[in-house]
Design a protein. Structure first.
Length: 319
């Protein structure tokens, strides 16, 4: 079931990409804001309860629906339910339009437009960063987005669906990522979360993403330059501020021999971008030609994991 659900969801998402402003995402945002307002009391114990209601609650509901369909109406209806949830939680088209727009602007030598699109994507002011830095940031943000929107969801869905929990893994992963991103940055003062809740959400996200990020890095190493990717993982992952993201970016840098890391874009109090320096990985200076290598790396990894899941599915059916 896992293989067919993932394959159908990816095909559907490519054919009819989900818009960023859609009723489901809007409802999830309202749900997370309501839970934070209602249950966040500013204590650690209550923060974990709040997080559990926001994340585990919908995940359990999705699992119960899956079981009800599978045992009540048949496995085919359960597959459709899985495809629907994967369509909402997994997919390239949820972020790839940013990548495509910036790449086209750079190919047309419209660097100012590329900077504007990058600033709009990451909600910062990028200033007059040079062309190579635009390329570097786009590659870094795209690889992290590919992991969070595709490989991370992919991993937890497969792992938990194999043991009969249906789509619960995909839902938990996506909601864990969503609340740690949305709770601290709410623009509505009535939905601002306490520092304790923000810390709990961040801790839960780090734990949830620890294993998937390393599996993504391993996939990049297998389909890319293995020795260089593993060397980057071992020796340069600590160059990046976030441990899990650092593993992915260091492996990416080694897999395609590109220099990543350095000054990061941050939004300061006055709205201007500020630089947070970090060490760069070895490799060639980022160029537009690397965009094609990045796309190839990601799709080869997708195919590799799909083949592996297909083999596991066949073994399960035969067994």
């Amino acid at each position: 079931m896992s293989f067919f659900a993932i394959l159908l969801a990816l095909v559907l998402e490519q054919a009819r990409p989900l818009k960023s402003h859609n009723p489901v995402f809007t409802s999830v945002a309202r749900w997370a804001a309501w839970v934070a307002r209602t249950f966040d009391a500013g204590t650690r114990h209550q923060a974990w309860i709040t997080w559990g209601i926001a994340v585990i609650g919908p995940a359990l509901l999705s699992m119960l629906v899956h079981w009800g369909l599978e045992f009540g109406l048949g496995w085919l209806f359960a597959v459709f339910w899985n495809v629907a949830l994967l369509y909402l939680t997994l997919g390239f088209r949820q972020f790839s339009h940013h990548f495509t727009g910036i790449r086209e602007a750079l190919e047309n030598s419209e660097e100012n437009k590329a900077r504007e699109l990058l600033a709009e994507w990451q909600q910062v002011q990028v200033g007059q960063i040079p062309r190579s830095e635009i390329v570097r940031h786009v590659i870094e943000y795209s690889m992290i987005a590919a992991h969070r929107h595709v490989f991370g969801v992919f991993f937890w869905y497969v792992v938990l669906s194999i043991i009969g929990l249906g789509p619960v893994g995909a839902v938990v992963y996506r909601l864990t990522e969503f609340v740690q991103r949305k709770w601290p940055t709410s623009s509505n003062p009535n939905t601002l979360s306490s520092n304790v809740l923000c810390a709990v959400a961040a801790r839960a996200w780090v734990a949830m993403d620890w294993l998937p990020s390393r599996m993504t890095a391993l996939g990049f190493a297998i389909v890319g330059s293995f020795e260089e990717a593993m060397d980057g993982w071992r020796n340069h992952a600590q160059n990046f501020p976030e441990d899990n993201d650092g593993v992915i970016l260091a492996a990416t840098a080694g897999a395609i021999n590109i220099r990543l890391g350095g000054a990061s874009l941050q939004s300061s109090d006055d709205g201007d971008a500020t630089a947070s320096d970090s060490s760069s990985t070895p490799g060639r200076s980022p160029e537009i030609a690397h965009f094609a290598q990045v796309v190839g790396l990601v799709w080869r990894t997708v195919i590799m994991w799909l083949v592996l899941v297909a083999l596991l599915t066949m073994a399960n059916l035969v067994g």
